[in-house]
Design a protein around this ligand. Structure first.
Ligand SMILES: NC(=O)c1ccc[n+]([C@@H]2O[C@H](COP(=O)([O-])OP(=O)(O)OC[C@H]3O[C@@H](n4cnc5c(N)ncnc54)[C@H](O)[C@@H]3O)[C@@H](O)[C@H]2O)c1
Length: 392
């Protein structure tokens, strides 16, 4: 009698390995970093998606780079901004790719731009022919310390942030901070929001560095040696958090701090908040909740508040409706398989997770925040008025 098998099991592991490297003069034709491919058979074409603002400034240099290196590059302009992290833009890039065929392994797609560009292009690459290699070149601080260095790609859908996407490691990430010299101050501060997140829940030393050198670094567009230390510490800390949990098997993630209420705030177009701006407001509300639950001390809460003020991070309590924030948390709860897993700071540079956030906690935190904001802006205005009068 023959036995017919009724079930089979497939089991395999796929290693993930990619380099994240700091580079100088990335667009100098002598610098070959951007041409590298894991597949050494040497394809001669590149599909390069470039943020339109980056293209306006560095377009000729980018075109010249590929030309001088004998590469036929199709440069696809992509207008960034959260509204364009969308299905129509995703399809638009796919259509352009259809018209510029690339080899499946040795001609990686290159994304040059901020987090919106690298998120969307990573998603394009991961779905094109079920996955082709891509290289990230972040040109914003947000991309440098966060968006471009991990493996998450995606687009927004149905007014929900990152609803469609996948885990898709880049082939490599090339970090050149000279791009920040052309970045508007608002976008520098936007990236500082993510650095602050790491500092508050993971890196006391980074917090201290921000207290001492944060303002200078911002004024200096992150170009001097202190800035290099801050950037290095941020990237190292972020990767240390990501690497052991790349596919988010463990849903308790310290780096989700500041990302519980912020998704809903960011998607309210009338609030006009950038990702990092919404994250900073979330950081403060979450820290207040931690204080009100007697987890975080008043001294540490005050330090967090003072740092955000001293760095000049934009703060507003406009649109902070407890219902909206609770809705956002409930959405995050689905993302975390039904549990809140809400990260809160326990002291500067440390965190734990709580499960019992209620709408009352949120209402109380919003009231606390509004009061503090009113007092601190009043104080700031009084101080500058006094300084002004003394000068006259
Ligand atoms: N994948 C992840 O793990 C991850 C992590 C954090 C954030 N993100 C995502 O990143 C996005 C935000 O990224 P962002 O803040 O970089 O936004 P962005 O990509 O929209 O860029 C911000 C602005 O800066 C401009 N710009 C970019 N580089 C420039 C340069 N060198 N000079 C002048 N202007 C320049 C852009 O044109 C844009 O106007 C959000 O969608 C967020 O969800 C993803």
């Amino acid at each position: 009698m023959t036995h017919t098998r009724q079930s089979w099991k497939i089991s395999t592991e796929r290693p993930v390995s990619y380099d994240i490297s700091c580079c100088h003069d990335l667009l100098n034709p002598e610098n070959k970093a951007l041409l590298a491919s894991n597949d050494k058979t040497g394809g001669k074409r590149r599909f390069v998606v470039v943020d339109t603002n980056v293209l306006n400034i560095y377009g000729d240099t980018i075109a010249n780079y590929f030309k001088k290196n004998g590469i036929t590059a199709y440069i696809h302009p992509f207008e960034a901004g959260e509204d364009n992290k969308s299905m129509p833009q995703y399809l638009d890039v796919l259509s352009a790719l259809e018209n510029f065929p690339i080899n499946r392994r040795n001609e990686p797609i290159i994304a040059i731009g901020g987090g919106v560009t690298t998120d969307l292009v990573g998603f394009v690459a991961s779905t094109w022919r079920r996955g082709v290699p891509h290289i990230n070149v972040p040109t914003t601080l947000m991309g440098y310390v966060d968006a471009a260095i991990g493996i998450k790609t995606g687009i927004n859908f149905n007014s929900n942030k990152n609803r469609l996407g996948c885990f898709s490691p880049p082939e490599q990430v090339l970090l050149d901070r000279s791009f920040f010299t052309s970045l508007p101050r608002r976008d520098i501060l936007n990236g500082v929001g993510e650095i602050l997140k790491l500092a508050v829940v993971k890196e006391p030393e980074l917090f201290f560095m921000l207290e001492r050198h944060g303002s200078d670094s911002i004024n200096n567009q992150f170009q001097n040696s202190h800035c290099e230390d801050i950037l290095n510490m941020s990237v190292t800390s972020m990767l240390a958090e990501l690497e052991p949990n790349l596919f988010e098997t463990d849903l308790a993630r310290a780096v989700d701090f500041g990302h519980n209420f912020s998704p809903a705030l960011e998607m309210q177009t009338e609030l006009n908040l950038l990702h990092g701006e919404a994250v900073v407001i979330d950081i403060l509300l979450s820290s207040i909740i931690s204080f009100e639950k007697s987890i975080l001390s008043k001294t540490d809460l005050d330090r967090i508040f003072s740092l955000t003020l001293n760095l000049g991070l934009p703060l507003s309590s406009h649109g902070l409706e407890a219902d909206l924030l609770m809705q956002s948390l409930l959405e995050r709860q689905h993302h975390r398989n039904g549990v809140q897993c809400f990260p809160v700071p326990t002291s500067i540079g440390a965190c734990s997770f709580v499960e019992d956030i209620t709408i009352n906690d949120i209402t109380s935190a919003v009231t606390f925040f509004q009061k503090w904001l009113q007092e601190s802006t009043g104080l700031k205005e009084r101080k500058s008025h006094e300084q002004h009068s003394q000068c006259r």
